[in-house]
Ligand binder design. Structure first.
Ligand code: GLN
Length: 289
């Protein structure tokens, strides 16, 4: 079958769900991933024929897209900070907003002479600590998660990218009782977290592909206690940051003020709230005095 015929089928079946532009980007990503073909191929080789075996793969992807499976789950990777991270249903797919948070940290600390000790709480795929480890020389980087399945993905990414992050299992909500976890018994220069922050009441704003395929454990918080992870992380950070240590958090865009107040109550100074590329309050930094 001609590649351009397959492209037409993609549009006729998927445009109603995703819109033409997104379908184009899915199609180009898939032909690059599976066949190593560039997007211009449709223009420069309009008569390009796809063999039977290749057809099976590309039509399989089409049926998964029809079921609103995330494209990153279909190809098994997500692009973050110039690296391909393995992802599956046990971890959140890395978001561009989170990349902005990582870039903020790198801008602040890239030229620090000191070997930094860093902890990421609720690490998922490990995309945050691994990209920090790759970009900061001599840093000692740790990542924790409650999910053993997520930690497996993080370890795989660590190996894949030749990073040296030390991952370990711990529950962010009961850090005081995790006394046997030796990695928590130290001080850090930087603590980061992108914990669950989507309230149940915000589910209506979300896409099906997120709700149906990404882990609820990593996304949702109860309407009546939306900052429960933040309280725990902020308390821990207030005790476990070195002097002038920094806390960086990705936050719920509607709860910027409330999250800032949490930091103020715990002795953080120079608190800065930042917007993401979409103009939403998305990240916060506090320095402990
Ligand atoms: N930004 C993510 C989303 O909107 C949520 C991430 C999180 O809860 N930490 O799907």
């Amino acid at each position: 079958m001609l590649l351009r015929e397959i492209n037409n089928i993609y549009h006729s079946e998927l445009d109603v769900i995703y819109g033409k532009e997104e379908v184009n980007s899915f199609f180009y990503l898939l032909i690059e991933h599976y066949f190593d073909l560039e997007r211009f191929v449709l223009v420069i080789q309009p008569e390009l024929v796809i063999d039977k075996e290749q057809e099976t793969v590309i039509f399989q992807a089409l049926s998964e897209l029809k079921l609103e499976k995330p494209i990153q789950h279909i190809i098994g990777t997500a692009y973050f900070m110039d690296l391909d991270f393995k992802v599956n249903g046990y971890v959140l797919i890395p978001r561009p907003e989170t990349e902005e948070l990582v870039r903020w940290i790198l801008d602040d600390h890239k030229n620090t002479a000191k070997a930094l000790t860093i902890l990421d709480m609720g690490t998922g795929s490990g995309c945050i600590p691994i990209s920090l480890d790759k970009n900061l020389t001599d840093a000692k980087v740790f990542g924790l998660d409650i999910s053993t399945d997520a930690l497996k993905v993080a370890e795989e990414n660590n190996g894949l990218h030749g990073a040296n992050v030390k991952f370990f299992k711990a529950d962010m909500l009961s850090l005081n009782t995790e006394t046997s976890v030796k990695e928590l018994d130290q001080k850090f220069d930087i603590i980061i977290s992108n914990p669950p922050y989507v309230r149940e009441l915000e589910k209506a704003e979300m896409q099906n592909n997120v709700i149906d395929h990404e882990p609820s454990l990593a996304l949702f918080v109860p309407d009546e206690d939306p900052l429960k992870f933040y309280s725990s992380v902020v308390n821990f950070a207030a005790e476990h940051l070195n002097e002038k240590g920094c806390l960086y958090l990705e936050i719920n865009q509607y709860l910027g003020k409330e999250t800032k107040q949490l930091l103020e109550k715990s002795n953080f100074k120079t608190i800065e709230l930042r917007k993401d590329m979409f103009g939403n309050d998305r990240m916060i930094k506090g320095i402990i005095k």
